[in-house]
Design a protein around this ligand. Sequence first.
Ligand SMILES: [Zn+2]
Length: 173
Amino acid sequence: MRAAPGQRRRGGAGPHAGRHLFRPLLDHHGEGLTMAEVQTKPMPVPDNISRPYWEGANQGEFRFQRCSACGKAQFYSRYACVHCHSTKHEWQVAVGLGRVASFSVIHRAPLSSFAADTPYVLALVDLDEGFRFMCNVLNCDPATVKIGMRVRVCYETRSGTEQKVPQVEPAKS
Ligand SMILES: [Zn+2]
């Protein structure tokens, strides 16, 4: 029996509605998640707004948007400026240096595909160009990561894909 549209809406806001918050992380292909897919790390699906960023990553460039109206940087890429709502922006290439603003050491992986990486560092990094970037801090002992530490962008290659994923590692001073 089919539910009337009104009933279906109420059902959708029921006690399990909150689980949909996690769907983009767990299931980027849409419906029909299988155990085989859980074994693979989530990968980006570039769209018209994010494609310059992901193409840049494959060329070793960390690209970001700078608003043509107010001059402020924004990250991640969006259709309109988060500061002034202008839709005019240009893509620039970051030098790739920044500082750790905050971080957590992850001991219990959210997906089985990350289990082999534990413990690993999830960080918020302030790039010198003036925007914040969430990423992993690679190529170091997690116990050595500190707030304020200088880091630089590096590019992770994940198995089964040609797409490189921007991350950071300690900057050698
Ligand atoms: Zn703006």
